[in-house]
Design a binder for this molecule. Structure first.
Ligand code: PRP
Length: 216
């Protein structure tokens, strides 16, 4: 093990990182210093296994992986699709399951059927553009928001939104509904293409162990 170089993981901060470390622990990969909630450290190391972990904002994970600053990243499929970076997606981790949907008031359903030029608010402008332009062949105006996207139709900023739906309660509490499903989402493992070549055995072994654990 001492001859190995460090393998570096970028994890999307929050629930995803917690879930990921729980899963890693089940296959014998631990990182004790990461469990200290008061720590302000940014990089955590397991010297014995030659592994390093750092937490970043979700949308930055594919950036770190594309540039090789991290060999491996764990992030939602929504971020992978939106960022469209040059990385390999190697494993569906199964958790963080939700859906990317077009949502709005029931009255907006009709606007989606007649290819009208409508306004679409989203935190995911690239996913929204791909869906409307490439899949539906509908010309729309896309308005980028940074959160609380459900406000869009409520304050008449937009006709519909493209956003993540998990339990559906945010929509329900605001009188909105799913109008169309864009795609299913979950947490994925991504790998830098050069790391994949240089560290094939270690990465394959990790993916196989995780896959085994997930299917047991
Ligand atoms: C996400 C998403 C929806 C909500 C969906 O927002 O953008 O608003 O969760 O979850 P639900 O279907 O279980 O209600 P998040 O909480 O990440 O915050 P944001 O609105 O600031 O993006």
């Amino acid at each position: 093990m001492s001859d190995y170089r460090y393998l570096t993981f970028a994890l999307g901060k929050g629930r995803l990182a917690t879930k990921t470390m729980e899963l890693f622990e089940e296959i014998g990969i631990t990182c004790e210093e990461m469990k200290d909630k008061n720590s302000r450290k940014l990089i955590f190391v397991n010297e014995e296994l030659k592994l390093r972990f750092f937490l970043s904002k979700g949308p930055d994970v594919p950036t770190y992986v594309e540039y090789g600053a991290a060999d491996i990243g764990i992030v939602g499929r929504d971020t992978i699709l939106e960022e469209n970076r040059n990385v390999y997606e190697v494993l569906d981790l199964g958790y963080g399951k939700c859906r990317m949907c077009v949502c709005g008031p029931a009255s907006a359903r009709e606007l989606l059927q007649h290819h009208e030029r409508i306004r679409v608010a989203s935190k995911y402008p690239n996913i929204a553009r791909d869906y409307f332009y490439d899949k539906k062949h509908q010309t729309v105006d896309i308005i980028k928001l940074n959160g609380s996207v459900e406000l869009g139709p409520l304050v008449e900023l937009s006709d519909v939104i493209v956003d993540i739906v998990e339990t559906g309660s945010t929509l329900k509490e605001n009188g909105l509904e799913v109008l169309e499903e864009v795609c299913p989402l979950s947490a994925r493992m991504i790998v830098n293409p050069v790391s994949m070549q240089m560290e094939t055995e270690r990465i394959k072994d990790l993916v196989n162990r995780l896959r085994g654990r997930l299917s047991s």
